[in-house]
Ligand binder design. Structure first.
Ligand SMILES: NC(=O)C1=CN([C@@H]2O[C@H](COP(=O)(O)OP(=O)(O)OC[C@H]3O[C@@H](n4cnc5c(N)ncnc54)[C@H](OP(=O)(O)O)[C@@H]3O)[C@@H](O)[C@H]2O)C=CC1
Ligand SMILES: O=C(O)C1=N[C@H](C(=O)O)C[C@H](O)C1
Length: 238
């Protein structure tokens, strides 16, 4: 598989390492220093694009890749409000698109556990719930995309929570997402249910970026010959 890497920062480089180990070829590496190479003609030399840049650039980047006819894997977070436009572009261009707030297999299993735990807590009104995420200090968005996904999954199950808020909740219907930024942390997410009697806590701790990178390459392998809009649940069959 020939891969165009849109974004050649921490994730782009981690993805290249995994992709090469799996026998793929990287034919394009785009960052802000070489915009002249980010053209339809160059993109057409690839079979698939993997985009990990920033909230501000994700929509324009995935749109250009789709206009070149490429299936697109996108890991950029912090642009949820524009996601529908990317999906519309995918339909209009007849390509394929998979965006995920977190590509790691472990986090996608954590998502399933989170949903089930929230379902069990629906009738346990004595428990309050909060989400915490910790990431490295270079991260641009807060809360993390993963924390937002976790919160949305909880909101879908728990009638006593209406919406999420950044940092501290002031009303009972608010679900707090607390963001912390510490040095080199790749990504830690915790959901805590607390009652007067006890606490129940689930945590996913990424030790490195390899899990995110492997998931993105697995997603690229999956999407390569497909058309339409997909999720990591489709890739992993969970
Ligand atoms: N879904 C998931 O599993 C994961 C998602 N992420 C997300 O991926 C994104 C990237 O993370 P990370 O690699 O750590 O970030 P980095 O800052 O290390 O890398 C970002 C890269 O994108 C490039 N870039 C930024 N803006 C543009 C643009 N307009 N056009 C072309 N290239 C651009 C940067 O170029 P330059 O170097 O020139 O500035 C850099 O190469 C973030 O949104 C992060 O939240 C991260 C990990 C996992
Ligand atoms: O920016 C990061 O590093 C990460 N971003 C993603 C997110 O916002 O959830 C995924 C992962 O936690 C690392």
């Amino acid at each position: 598989m020939k891969i165009a890497l849109i974004g050649y920062g921490k994730m782009g480089k981690a993805i290249e390492t995994v992709a090469l180990k799996r026998g793929h070829e990287v034919v394009l590496r785009i960052n802000r220093a070489n915009p002249e190479q980010f053209t339809t003609g160059q993109l057409k030399t690839a079979d698939v694009a993997i985009e990990f840049t920033s909230p501000a650039s994700a929509l324009a980047n995935v749109s250009l890749c789709m206009e070149a006819g490429l299936p697109v894997i996108c890991g950029s977070t912090g642009w949820n409000e524009e996601l529908a436009q990317a999906e519309e572009k995918c339909r209009a261009t007849g390509t394929a698109f998979l965006q995920a707030s977190n590509f790691s297999v472990g986090v996608n299993i954590f998502f399933a556990v989170n949903k089930r735990l929230a379902e069990l807590m629906q009738h346990q009104a004595g428990y309050d719930v909060r989400v915490e995420e910790i990431h490295h200090t270079e991260k641009k968005d807060a809360p993390s995309g993963t924390a937002i996904t976790i919160a949305e999954q909880i909101l879908e199950q728990l009638d006593r929570k209406q919406h999420w808020v950044k940092d501290e909740a002031t009303l009972p219907g608010e679900l707090a997402i607390v963001s912390k930024r510490i040095d080199e942390v790749p990504g830690t997410h915790t959901v805590t249910y607390s009652s007067a009697i006890d606490d129940i806590e689930i945590t996913h701790t990424a030790h490195t970026r390899e899990g995110f990178a492997l998931g993105a390459v697995l997603a690229a392998e999956f999407i390569q010959q497909r058309k339409g809009i997909f999720s990591m649940q489709d890739v992993l069959g969970i």
